[in-house]
Design a protein. Sequence first.
Length: 142
Amino acid sequence: MVEERITDGRRIAQLLASEIDGREDGALERLEITDVDRDVEPTADGARAYDVTAMGPSQSRADERIARVFVHESFARLAFETGSDAASTAAEELDLRVEEDETAVQPPAVAFVFVESGAAVKRATTVVERVVRSVAADSTHG
């Protein structure tokens, strides 16, 4: 059986949301898909589809946006403002294309991780997981 390669940006973003939302273990258990634009259509510059948010464990700790997800015609793009260094490192290690926002004049820097096929969704989920762990470690040491 030949498996068809998924290269539709909207479908890739949907698969990524399902993968993140469906995981109830480890660093991903507190993540939720928030601010969803159910009518989003891919654009050349990327249209925001949803946010990936770490939900605070209590009312004393606020929710924190981990990434924004944008859809393009043939790929999805995650924009990490939180944990951008961890996102860049993890994406490179997992052979995902990553770019940093060279125009950012002040922190936080932004790392863009590109999810260019359905097969890359699990690796992108691993990037998100590593960012969550990095942010959690920073908050306990900082």
